[in-house]
Design a protein around this ligand. Sequence first.
Ligand SMILES: NC(=O)c1ccc[n+]([C@@H]2O[C@H](COP(=O)([O-])OP(=O)(O)OC[C@H]3O[C@@H](n4cnc5c(N)ncnc54)[C@H](OP(=O)(O)O)[C@@H]3O)[C@@H](O)[C@H]2O)c1
Length: 266
Amino acid sequence: MRITGSTVLITGASMGIGAAVAREFARHGATTLLAARSAERLRRLADRITADGGTAHAIPADVGTLDGATALVATVTEDHGTPDILVNNAGAGRFTHLDDTTPEEFAHMAAVPYLAAGYLTTGLLPAMVRRGSGRVVNVNSPVSRVVWPAAGGYASARWALRGLTEGLRADLAGTGVGVTEVVPGEVTSEYFTNNPGSAENLPAVSRILPRLSPEQVARRLVYAVAVERDEVIFPAALRLLAAQARLTPRLVARVVAAGRPRRRTP
Ligand SMILES: NC(=O)c1ccc[n+]([C@@H]2O[C@H](COP(=O)([O-])OP(=O)(O)OC[C@H]3O[C@@H](n4cnc5c(N)ncnc54)[C@H](OP(=O)(O)O)[C@@H]3O)[C@@H](O)[C@H]2O)c1
């Protein structure tokens, strides 16, 4: 797919992976539409992209609510037309045991990424399918392949996102609209500051995987879109773990959970 001259809507573009993805698309000549809640951060990023010779528009939005996502779809469509590429990247959620998770927090982590991706995809897809071209990119987490303890709410939202991705793949066959799922390992973004308590609950196995920068993820993502790849799981060790988890899910889950102290009832 041609990136130069395309229009790309990126959610969660105010920082981390989303901001790096926006810069990378802009570097390749795409018009970038930057969505997140932090208006000031989006404006600064748009200014930086423009100063670097790219094209960017900041569109503040809370994509975790149906109203916010619907308003974003309307603004984007009216001002820029139907995007060629939608990157569902906005995400949040602490790694907690389910019995330490309130119903409100559970709903919050389902809202972004899963519901947000669903709202925006269903909002934009009819026009993409009518046009017969485009790509939906879902940024997912390793926990969508291998679940570890103290991540139940987070994991269920990411498995739902994986289900949305697979459902889209089945539905879109033959329409000219494609789907890419990008699953990076641990990334040195602000995720663990924004979601306190999560770093402590990463599985021990994550220590042997190389950490990725947001820019590395962005390069892989944009390349995957350009060559119309269905799925990108990296680094290689994570890809192997995910492949093994398909064959022996229980065994891999036990290995990934190993080394954690047993929880004791007070
Ligand atoms: N960091 C990792 O190790 C890692 C690894 C694999 C996958 N991922 C996934 O990649 C995605 C991006 O993560 P990241 O590491 O870049 O995290 P991050 O640095 O915390 O950035 C999250 C982004 O999502 C936006 N966001 C959150 N809630 C939103 C809402 N309701 N509406 C609009 N935007 C919202 C935030 O912007 P505002 O606060 O301004 O709204 C921010 O731009 C997440 O889904 C994460 O699970 C992360």
